[in-house]
Design a protein around this ligand. Sequence first.
Ligand code: ARG
Length: 467
Amino acid sequence: MTLWEGRFDSGPAAELWRFTVSLHYDRRLATDDLAGSRAHVRGLARGGILSESDAGILVAALDRVEEELATGVFIPGAGDAGAGDEDIHTAIERRVTEIAGDVGARLHTGRSRNDQIATDLRLFAKRSLLEMSSRLVDLQSVLLSRAQSAFADEVYLPGYTHLQRAQPVLLAHHLLAHGWALARDVDRLFDARRRLDVSPLGAGALAGSSLPLDPDGVAAELGFSATFDNSLDAVSDRDFVAESLFVLALIGVHLSRIGEELVLWTSDEWGFATLDDAYATGSSMLPQKKNPDIAELARGKSGRLVGNLAGFLATLKGLPLSYNRDLQEDKEPLFDALDQVGGGVSALTGLLATVAWDADRMRAAADTPAAAAVDLAEWMVERGMPFRQAHATVGGLVRDALQRRVPLAELVAAHPALGDGALELLEPGVAVTRRTSPGGAGPVPVAAQLRRFAQALEGQRVRLAGA
Ligand code: ARG
């Protein structure tokens, strides 16, 4: 059935139907569509447009549709051209009318699918962004508990710049670096959610209505914190989809960077980590293989998340006010981004909870004498040498050690500005303990950081509970 039969002599062509139908994905908005319709019906009753008894009949029919959808008694279907349901709004209105008879024809009073879909999608996004925050809190909890035990075990590894070994860092510090990025993501999700928390219902097709609608009451019933100010903006604004796609793409990029490190760390060349069997895959041909597919897909899927954002911004860019059917292209990228990021966060949470660290390999890689080079320079700085001169001195020693193939320690001991007193800096495990400055990678600041991260995480939980 189409919703516009009166004006048309013929029904839709098969190709039009196939190309424009959205039921196969917007059926995901059924719960939100029903909630929006219930609130709309009560608003109409408050305005005296619907009698209390008709409103009661419609709300009861909407409740029954919800139940029928849940139990599979009612299965919307796009069917053949014009014979099935074009979208979830049409499907629900059809079923309401089948159940409520003539009263069903009053459901769409003062409403358009334009304000209806904008309402549905905002309700859906509000809930989904919150669920995503909750998943990110779980991932951060795992990072925190792995960081706490790595801290207790004094595990350290090389920190890298340019993927070249730079200075030793505590593993706890490294894990929390990813944790803070995810903490910012949760903040972004809440921020995006706050801005999208506006009800468009009552904007009608684009200009409002001649009927005494009650947009504020409807907004309050739906749990929105505000009502639209401009009906044109209400039906055409998809900033919230673009913002959500950005935040999801950025989360995807963060997962990708975690994934990339896990790919490196689990290789034989690095040997820093071994995946639990449940979170690794094998090869169909090579019996010895254990592959980090979760980490690779976390890395790989970030590409399509960026694509979802770029594609949707391109869809929006040339649109005149107000509603255009192009806007129907908002849902698939959003659903896809939520599904992919949600799946990635959960899989990485399990992987990180179970991965085994090879602390000996990490420490051995970090304990190369050159990793303490800056400590040697700072040792001389503490004794009055200008840093640039100290840097050049140690650089020269490192170069000599490499060229003449002698241990760095020997050259340090023999150097007049260093000597035996500086040798201790080259002992395994010493350099990392010297990162004492606030926010640094050594045990003193990391102990404080662990407490701050735990507090930040608790703050996120409180925010979630209050949302
Ligand atoms: N399926 C449409 C969408 O997602 C619903 C709104 C349709 N409105 C219209 N005037 N054709 O945007």
